[in-house]
Design a protein around this ligand. Structure first.
Ligand SMILES: Cc1ncc(COP(=O)(O)O)c(C=O)c1O
Length: 440
């Protein structure tokens, strides 16, 4: 048996969302991490511009999280949460609810963002059913939305590559228009000025299908995976109003915006618009253990809490919902977020972040720059006929120069740990500048 080598055989692991053959010919391997940095297998320090995958909000390598997980595994390694309980799951749910907007007092545990999305969509459908409104079965997403990779998520999602070879998906879905690339929005700082009216497209969709058939709308408050699309000014409030007119639920997918990314615990607080349900994952354990959670408003939760008390109210859950070690990691993460003042940290660095990113506006191939909270997007013009090639070359050049960024097609997406220092922002931006000057 091979054990703990930095040079393993690469064949067996079918890597997710990866060009496997290209990667395995020239692998980029991370072997350890601390604070703002990874260490690569070739022993270089890599500045983390992406918090792993939007997950390590409090920075890498907190011993408190490792100790909490180890302690928990020694004490109670696993316990079912179907008709059974263990104290930490209740403690963590209560703790999580304390950061959420008032009234979001109920938390359903999952193991990933994708599972959180499926859970929220199913709760929305079951909510209407529980109230006797059996016609509301349609789920509305948005073009360019990313809601994970399970069937519900790709059906309401709006990324063609994630859908095209997987069949027709869920029946009864439809999509709002995306808010990308509108005239007058290029190089906007923070929320772009134009596009709030696009939320009213929900009225058109509702008129087409019948408003009484719409169960829920799901959107990311800031779309991440399709290249960082902050909501236009007023858009989310318009969408909330449109959902109220239609009588459907509004779900925010906060898998990337949750846990401090926008300068408040959740986007609903930072952007001051309340959904009925919201999904989370990633930063919930600082990426240290797989976990997700769906937060439900009192009204949604209450709709299930009637009928005979011996009946299961929601036929849904996962073997590892509320896993003891994940709860331990999550509680330790919340302690660190509190102790280190990370809930508001993104708003403290926004001004420096924004001006640094926008200093790249004059570089060759830069088509747009977008930012909100501690999120940044740099959109490059694609090379003629080869979408994504320039983005990939910039990504590998930045990696060679000692930083980790993420590209989706030709858009650079940045989401560093919230602990990033101003000089590290400067280093990240200088490295991207150098790569953009080198790559043609
Ligand atoms: C908005 C959003 N929803 C859902 C997901 C899926 O999360 P996971 O990969 O943990 O399933 C992601 C992942 O990036 C995401 O950005």
């Amino acid at each position: 048996m091979q054990h703990r080598t930095n040079q393993p055989d690469l064949a067996a692991f079918w890597m997710p969302f990866t060009a496997n053959r290209q990667f395995k010919a020239d692998p980029r391997m991370l072997v350890s991490a601390s604070g703002m940095h990874y260490r690569s297998a070739d022993d270089r320090e890599i500045l983390d511009g992406t918090a792993g995958l939007w997950a390590v909000n409090a920075g890498h390598g907190h011993p408190e999280i490792a100790e909490a997980v180890g302690r928990q595994l020694r004490e109670l390694d696993y316990a079912p949460t179907f008709q059974m309980g263990h104290p930490l799951a209740f403690e963590f749910a209560t703790r999580l609810a304390s950061y959420a907007p008032d009234g979001f007092d109920h938390v359903f545990f999952t193991n990933s963002g994708s599972e959180s999305v499926e859970t929220a969509l199913k709760i929305a459908l079951a909510y209407h059913h529980a109230r006797g409104d059996y016609r509301r079965t349609r789920l509305i997403g948005r073009e360019r939305g990313y809601h994970g990779t399970n069937f519900g998520g790709i059906s309401v999602g709006g990324i063609v590559n994630n859908r095209r070879v997987f069949g027709p998906g869920l029946p009864g879905t439809d999509h709002l228009p995306h808010t990308h690339g509108l005239d007058g929005n290029r190089f906007a700082r923070g929320m772009p000025p134009h596009g709030a009216h696009l939320a009213r497209e929900l009225d058109r969709i509702a008129a087409l299908h019948g408003p009484e058939t719409i169960a829920a709308v799901i959107v990311e408050p800031v779309a991440g995976s399709t290249g960082v699309l902050p909501p236009p000014v007023g858009y989310l409030a318009e969408l909330r109003a449109a959902c109220d007119r239609v009588g459907c639920l509004l779900i925010f997918d906060e898998v990337i915006t949750g846990f401090g990314r926008l300068g408040a615990p959740f986007a609903s607080q930072a952007l001051d618009v309340l959904p009925d349900l919201f999904t989370t994952a990633k930063g919930i354990t600082n990426g240290a253990m797989p976990m997700g959670a769906v937060f439900a408003s009192a009204g949604v939760h209450q709709a299930f809490m009637h009928g005979p008390e011996n009946l299961i109210e929601l036929f849904h859950g996962y073997t590892c919902s509320g896993h003891p070690a994940a709860c331990a990691a999550g509680l330790a993460t919340m302690d660190i977020m509190d102790r280190d003042g990370l809930w508001s940290r993104a708003s403290e660095v926004t001004a420096h972040w924004e001006s640094s990113l926008h200093s790249l506006a004059d570089l060759p191939h830069v088509a747009d720059i977008r930012n909100l909270g501690l999120i940044g997007g740099i959109e490059l013009n694609p090379r003629d006929g080869v979408v994504g090639a320039r983005g990939y070359d910039v990504f590998t050049e930045v990696w060679r120069q000692g930083c980790l960024i993420r590209v989706t097609g030709d858009i650079i997406a940045l989401s560093p740990p919230l602990i990033i220092a101003p000089d590290q922002i400067d280093q990240l931006v200088a490295t991207i500048r150098a790569a953009l000057l080198k790559v043609h």
